[in-house]
Design a protein around this ligand. Structure first.
Ligand SMILES: NC(=O)C1=CN([C@@H]2O[C@H](COP(=O)(O)OP(=O)(O)OC[C@H]3O[C@@H](n4cnc5c(N)ncnc54)[C@H](O)[C@@H]3O)[C@@H](O)[C@H]2O)C=CC1
Ligand SMILES: N[C@@H](CC=O)C(=O)O
Length: 836
């Protein structure tokens, strides 16, 4: 004989009941079907109970009656309706009488509440029984078992009416007395029973707790030694995480009883936790199935060992949690002190969800429902009043608005590095851990964190452990100029490939220019943001109308919004040349948002800032990447890092590291105009937004400074020796237009520079040098035998001498400017972060 339970959504429409009839008629064994109340009915009864206290229950009671009448009309022919109408009317009359006496007495005890709540299942079982026996397609005769009379519970304490304790022995006797010892020989000996309801020793109606219909079904299964229990709902069994909170969850095909219990206990609502014990006790296989997709495998729960190879089976969470810390020297080495704490809480009727204790024994952390916090705090402070006064104990400390994230799996036991992976993943995302608990079984690691980080933590851990889960990366951009636009092009060109081949989904969540920011959000509060499309971003760049593009008061508003969105795997990309943007890095990194930048300002400002940003990122286990700040996408910083980490020492660097200046001096021949060549370099995207930054030597100085710092030197811009090749009039230009005017006026100066070099058979190059700890930048005449002489176009070259590269330097050469190459370098930095 088997037991099947159908939940509220499964029994709530004619087509659903047809589906159930089909499922039942395919069964080759006799069965007991347990049903919940119709969808939403138990909540309605809760409301009716609450309203009856003030005599305001009539309208809802009428709705309750009408709902059942209408449903009956839909389900069965007129001939059968009368009988059911009478049942409903009688039950509603009883309900009304109870509600009226509640209103008169102004008292709603748990005993009365349990009776009111029981009407939902009482009616659904009768109506479904009728439907099954009279429907024309798959008519099935089922006998009604009166759960209220046959499921017995043990205690009569007032608190137990809504969560009664099962008397298994008595219940077994009751059930077997009706069902008999089950055998498959007797055909058509099938039953239907209401879930959730039972009686106590006084014969009063009690309930088995919300979700208790699963428990009822498990009780029936246990008492008749069922060959299986099937729990049917509207989902494909247990999921690896709550699909409302985690993207791309997976159905779990196999679980052990203990895993299933942990998952259910920590919030997997597809199964009511107490239901596990009755089936585990008799080793009855338990199946979680989907009424609407019966062909799906669902989840199979049993005692079998080694059901799966998965280290982690699922991740779940419980919110509305508070942590209470009981501490003090009086706790240490005091036998029975922990027992006392728990006894106080038990007497105050507080449910303990999680416990942690430090090995010094001086503090115990206890996780409870937030709604019980005040009672718990008062009970402990008053019970320990004397010890607190004597200084042996501290007043209890409380932390509110927490949640518990639980990672569950039998195979976590002995899985080396697993906990490190979990904590690494949440730490990298800036999630603070309030408390940790792990049972000796190692089946569950429970982590207490702030409730605001719940979804972020669940998703981060899920993405880390479920290989086929696509990892979402949330990208925030500042600057959509030359480099920024190319970056967007690359990102959207690669997006699909990255999803398919690397399971990485790059989502642009925000963009900002110097005045506005854009997020794809539907509410003012930014509660839910969607990714921006390429079209959104390009329209924003073109300054086209968009209701979501918001003029910010300062860029801090953009940074603040990024922080408050609190999205996992957040990366900020700076494609500007702005100091205001670079000033925001510290805030972002402190909030665990990685930064990728091609903007040189931060890394070439004070050495202390450069050091602080790198240290902050390291401390938070996130990334600050700026490879493109020198030589565009050439792997220069990476090479210096690799050399140093392998024990080498950078002794000297000689480099041409201005793409624009190399382009300008390669293309200027004194027959054309110097200003025109500079303009061409600007138009081709090699110069800074203001070319004076290149021509004044500042860009090259910033780069050699960054190279020296990466090589281990503590240097400032003021330490660099530099003789400007620009006439003062050009250097003092107040705007880009003025600069071009002044360049034209000073054409003869540039002509002379060129002609002097040319006459000697030399080329002009701006060379940066780090030698014996000194830094210099100078415009030099390069003779034809120099390796730098043939450096074409906008190319860069960096020659590095080290302890290992002594006679011949290690040389890195290639395009050192240009929007497309730079954007590819920015993208590579982003991918580095994702891959690490
Ligand atoms: N072009 C190249 O070859 C290379 C450029 N870089 C760096 O790339 C960065 C960008 O260069 P381009 O794209 O050529 O400049 P661009 O002038 O074309 O673009 C800069 C963008 O930044 C935006 N912006 C300026 N101030 C802002 C602020 N306060 N907040 C938000 N956005 C702001 C502007 O609206 C513009 O969209 C520069 O820092 C440059 O040094 C680095 C390596 C090579
Ligand atoms: N303006 C820069 C661009 C890259 O940093 C250059 O000319 O090299």
């Amino acid at each position: 004989m088997i037991v099947l339970k159908f939940g509220g959504t499964s029994v709530s429409s004619k087509s659903n009941l047809e589906q159930i009839a089909t499922i039942l008629s395919a069964k080759t064994e006799n069965f007991i079907v347990v049903v919940s109340a119709f969808s939403g009915i138990t909540n309605k009864l809760e409301q009716i109970a609450n309203l009856s206290l003030h005599g305001n229950h009539s309208i809802l009671l009428e709705e309750f009656r009408n709902f059942h009448f209408e449903f009956i009309k839909e389900l069965v022919s007129e001939f059968h309706q009368i009988e059911l109408f009478v049942e409903v009317q009688q039950k509603c009359n009883q309900l009304e009488a109870i509600c009226e006496s509640v209103g008169t007495l102004k008292e709603l005890s748990d005993r009365t509440r349990a009776t009111i709540l029981s009407f939902g299942e009482s009616l659904s079982s009768i109506i479904v029984q009728k439907y099954l026996s009279v429907n024309t397609k798959n008519s099935i005769k089922v006998n009604l078992l009166d759960s209220k009379k046959i499921i017995s519970t043990t205690t009569n304490e007032s608190k137990d009416y809504l969560n009664a304790h099962l008397d298994l022995e008595k219940t077994t006797r009751n059930i077997l007395a009706i069902v008999g010892v089950p055998t498959n020989d007797i055909q058509n000996k099938n039953y239907i029973a209401a879930g959730f309801v039972a009686h106590n020793q006084k014969g009063e109606t009690v309930t088995l707790g919300r979700g208790g219909s699963d428990f009822s079904a498990a009780i029936y299964a246990n008492t008749i030694d069922a060959t299986r229990l099937e729990i049917w709902s509207d989902v494909n069994g247990m999921q690896s995480a709550n699909p409302r909170k985690v993207q791309a969850t997976q159905s779990l095909q196999k679980l052990s009883y203990k895993e299933a219990f942990e998952m259910a206990y920590f919030g997997a609502k597809v199964l009511y936790p107490p239901s596990i014990l009755p089936v585990m006790d008799k080793n009855i296989p338990l199946y979680l199935k989907n009424t609407f997709s019966p062909e799906q495998e669902g989840t199979f729960i049993s005692n079998e060992n080694k059901l799966t190879e998965n280290k982690i089976q699922g991740i779940c969470s419980l919110d509305e949690i508070a942590i209470i810390t009981v501490s003090g020297v009086g706790l240490a080495k005091q036998k029975g002190s922990a027992r006392r704490v728990f006894q106080i809480l038990e007497e105050a009727n507080i449910n303990i969800i999680l416990i942690t204790q430090s090995s010094s024994e001086q503090s115990i952390g206890i996780g409870i429902n937030q709604s019980e916090l005040q009672n718990a705090e008062e009970a402990l402070n008053s019970a320990f009043e004397k010890e607190i006064k004597r200084g042996l104990m501290n007043e209890v400390k409380t932390i509110e608005n927490q949640c518990i994230v639980a990672i569950v799996g039998d195979n976590m036991k002995n899985a080396i590095g697993l906990a490190g992976k979990v904590f690494g993943a949440i730490g990298e995302n800036g999630i603070n851990v309030t408390a940790i608990a792990q049972g000796a079984s190692e089946r569950n690691i429970s982590i207490v964190i702030n409730k605001k980080d719940e979804e972020k933590a669940l998703n981060v851990i899920h993405e880390k452990f479920f290989a086929s889960t696509v990892k979402n990366v949330h990208v925030f951009i500042a600057g959509i100029g030359n480099v920024g636009t190319e970056f967007i092009n690359i990102l959207f060109a690669q997006k699909q490939k990255l999803i398919e081949e690397y399971q990485i989904n790059l989502k642009i969540i925000g963009v900002a220019n110097s005045k506005k920011m854009l997020f794809n959000h539907s509410s003012e509060t930014f509660e839910k943001v969607e990714e921006l499309t390429k079209e959104d971003v390009l329209k924003f760049k073109q300054k086209k109308e968009n209701k979501n593009a918001k003029t910010y008061s300062s860029l801090n508003e953009y940074f603040q919004t990024i922080k408050e969105l609190n999205l996992r795997n957040s990366v900020f990309i700076d494609n500007t040349a702005s100091d205001i943007v670079s000033e925001g890095y510290e805030f972002l990194i402190k909030n665990s948002i990685s930064v990728v930048t091609c903007n040189k300002i931060a890394c070439s400002s004070e050495y202390s800032t450069y050091l602080k940003l790198n240290k902050l990122a390291k401390d938070r286990n996130i990334y600050f990447k700026y490879e493109t700040s020198v030589g565009a996408a050439l792997p220069i910083l990476k090479t210096i890092y690799d050399l140093r980490i392998s024990g080498d020492k950078i002794n000297q660097i000689e480099a041409v590291i201005s793409g624009s200046l190399n382009f300008i001096f390669n293309n200027y021949n004194a027959e054309n105009q110097f200003a025109d060549v500079v303009l061409q370099a600007k138009e081709e995207g090699y110069t800074e937004p203001n070319p004076l930054i290149d021509l004044s030597g500042l860009d090259v100085m910033r780069k050699i400074l960054i190279l020296s710092r990466e090589s281990g030197l503590n240097k400032e811009l003021s330490d660099i020796t530099f003789n400007s090749f620009l006439p003062d009039e050009c250097t003092n230009s107040k705007s880009v237009e003025e600069l071009f005017e002044n360049l034209k006026k000073n054409e003869n100066h540039f002509k002379a520079l060129y002609q002097n070099a040319h006459k000697n058979g030399n080329k002009l190059k701006v060379v940066a040098k780090m030698e014996k700890g000194n830094l210099s930048v100078a415009l030099k005449e390069i003779p034809s035998n120099s390796p730098f002489y043939n450096l074409e176009g906008k190319d860069n070259v960096v020659a590095i001498n080290t302890n290992r590269y002594v006679d011949e330097p290690l040389v890195i050469k290639g395009a050192g400017a240009g929007a497309a190459v730079t954007a590819s370098g920015v993208f590579a930095d982003l991918m580095f972060i994702m891959n690490n």
